[in-house]
Design a protein around this ligand. Sequence first.
Ligand code: 3PG
Length: 394
Amino acid sequence: ILRMTDLDLAGKRVLIREDLNVPIERSQSGEARITSEQRIQAALPTLRAALEKGAAVMVMSHLGRPKEGVWSPEDSLEPVAKRLSELLGVEVPLVRDWVGGVEVKPGEIALLENCRMNVGEGKDDEALSKAYAALCDVFVMDAFGTAHRAQASTHGVARHAKIACGGPLLMAELDALANALETPARPLLAIVAGSKVSTKLELLSSLVGKVDQLIVGGGIANTFIAAMGHDVGKSLVERDLVDTAKQIMAQAKARGADIPVPTDVVVAPEFKADAPATVKPVDQVGADDMILDIGPDTAARYAELIRNAGTVVWNGPVGVFEFDAFGRGTEALARAIAESSAFSIAGGGDTLAAVDKYGIEQQVSYISTGGGAFLEFLEGKTLPAVAALAQRGA
Ligand code: 3PG
């Protein structure tokens, strides 16, 4: 893959695809507030580098999933343009109609309105991809978070642009993930947690063939606990996947990998922030109990594994950490990751919320900007936008 950092961009028209799809809260009066600007922050070094090299910079991104062909204020990148202007310290105009051409001079930057409003974007339309390509001398794919989508702004334009390259953020993400999965310092430990086995089945199946330890948490762990023959009471569990959980455990065992299962859990009679929390050994969960976190002994055992790991990949909180009484397990693991000398990667919306809550951003080696893209990479899938760049060669 050709890298942006190897190109001379002086005086060039450079179209940069970023993933500026940030969560935005809107008040009754329509005022917008960006609730997490992690993706904007992550894109800044690329934008600054292109400006410093003297490029005329056009930034392209989607926001949410609007209907194509319709402009509406809640789908507009306006709040992002405003925030980018503040962070870059230069005016970043938002260009509403841009497919036919954009006026921007070397050393200047403009943000193009939500590309998913363009008809044909979602189905990777060839004519639209060519229109995007015609806007620039160089296309920079920097949106790791959207690299798993084969759309006109990620995949099509990469095929048709005069020059197509990978931006610093995309390349850093790919390098960090490849480093963790392909040439990891061992032991390689993955934490896969979340409510359902079904949504993480491909991830579990892929990782079980690579890792030395696989910590499962949340509702996923409940299905594994049930697979061990324990009662999980009223807990979230997928009975139809108990056999699958057994197979995954057998697969791990066959290659000498370990899937530790909780020995103690925190239970409550209902799913509520102020529900009374009780620690119980895993074999004493009653019919009216709901497992909402791992217990302290389990947390200490997992933390020890994390401290001794060479590489840690973290996706998903191990308990209902939004409720403080059921967040101790996730907090213990987060602290262990922060203290561990292992190379650590965290990704996914809930995981980043936990990283944020426990204030360990600086101690995680790499925080991915990807949600779906992060998972697909870990599942061993090819990301279409990355494949398009690779096909163009270096
Ligand atoms: C994300 O938030 O995961 C990316 O921005 C991709 O968004 P999408 O799932 O709407 O394609």
